[in-house]
Write a protein that binds this ligand. Structure first.
Ligand code: HEC
Ligand code: HEC
Length: 290
């Protein structure tokens, strides 16, 4: 009797193994479907398009909102070329001591990532669980190319042109005589923010994309205040690039002074690299350390 039971169990275990995960156990009605069941069902229903590694990350990880383990984030921080060609983050950001680590930013531990930059201005680089992690300091440094597109990271931001844009926004970003004389022309002349670089308006000249990147028009006050993607998202939902009074929070100023990481990464490297999307999802999920 005991032996027969054993065989019965062994046989059913074997069948379950052979049929693999596509067979639902009898109790499936009462149990929530597993990740595998949902994935296989979506595949059968034709809801999944697989086309290269990038879409595997999209279909298997991001769409299913798999909890990203910190272990994977730790690996990304210590791996060269993890987000496109360039050295590993921890070479330059390895401790909270600003004498040894840029910005006193320690990307080699979970606590360090959550603490952010410890050099003045000391600040977190994201909020665990935040809804739009691409807007965080870390998200911007991963996804936004410094402008003008292709500008070298070593170009100093300590020049009168940068100061003029900053001051204009800080003073309330109004359409006054000083703006029209000292600020607006900066965007339509070559070599203003860096040597050998085209004017901003070469790439941002109207609300039509193409030819204007992100439907951003830097040739007039109205265009600047309207912001980016006003056609795609609608005028009311356009991405504001100037927040009057707040240069550090204004996309226009951020894009001028913030270098994409790692320094020297080519602007042609995918801004939506699968590992970047995974890093941002980890933040959105609460930046858990276990
Ligand atoms: C070769 C050295 C180097 C590497 C590699 C590097 N960084 Fe940086 N990082 C810097 C320097 C220098 C600064 C400060 C200057 C600046 O603001 O551009 C900085 C600034 C930052 C900041 C801004 C912090 C703040 O408080 O504003 C973040 C975030 C950042 N890096 C993240 C990263 C990430 C993530 C990686 C890996 C993808 C990385 N860095 C790779 C040198 C490096
Ligand atoms: C050679 C073309 C080119 C030039 C020149 C250029 N940009 Fe850009 N700009 C882009 C591209 C491409 C993007 C898309 C995002 C990215 O790569 O980070 C962009 C994005 C932006 C954004 C973000 C818009 C959004 O969606 O929030 C701002 C702001 C911006 N640029 C400002 C400037 C300023 C200011 C200058 C001049 C200093 C400038 N750009 C020069 C190509 C250019």
């Amino acid at each position: 009797m005991q032996q027969r039971n054993w065989r019965k169990h062994a046989a059913s275990a074997l069948i379950t193994c052979l049929l693999g995960l596509s067979v639902l156990p009898a109790a499936a009605d009462t149990m929530p479907p597993t990740l595998n069941h949902r994935w296989l069902q979506d595949l059968r229903d034709g809801k999944v398009q697989l086309d290269g590694d990038h879409s595997a990350v999209e279909a298997l990880i991001l769409q299913r909102d798999i909890p990203i383990p910190y272990d994977y984030i730790a690996t990304l921080m210590r791996t060269p070329n993890a987000f496109g060609q360039g050295p590993a983050c921890i070479v330059c950001h390895s401790s909270t001591n600003p004498e040894h680590s840029y910005r006193g930013l320690n990307l080699s531990s979970c606590e360090g990532l959550r603490a952010g930059s410890r050099e003045t201005p000391s600040r977190p680089i994201f909020q665990p669980g935040q809804k739009a992690p691409g807007k965080s300091i870390l998200g911007r440094r991963m996804r936004n190319n410094r402008m003008p597109l292709g500008v070298h990271f070593a170009v100093s931001t300590d020049t009168p042109a940068y100061a003029a844009v900053r001051r204009w926004i800080a003073d309330g970003a109004s359409n006054d005589a000083r703006f029209n004389k000292d600020v607006l022309p900066l965007f339509s002349r070559d070599n203003v923010f860096a040597p050998n670089t085209p004017a901003c308006t070469t790439c941002h000249m109207s609300n039509q994309e193409p030819p204007s990147f992100h439907e951003l028009d830097l040739s007039s006050y109205e265009g600047i205040m309207l912001g980016a993607d006003s056609v795609a998202k609608g005028v009311n939902n356009a991405t504001k690039v100037v927040i009057p009074g707040k240069p550090e929070d204004s996309g226009l100023f951020q894009h001028l002074v913030e270098d994409r990481m790692p320094p020297g990464i080519s602007p042609t490297e995918d801004r939506d690299h699968p590992n970047t999307l995974i890093l941002l999802r980890w933040i959105e999920q609460g930046a858990r350390c276990n």
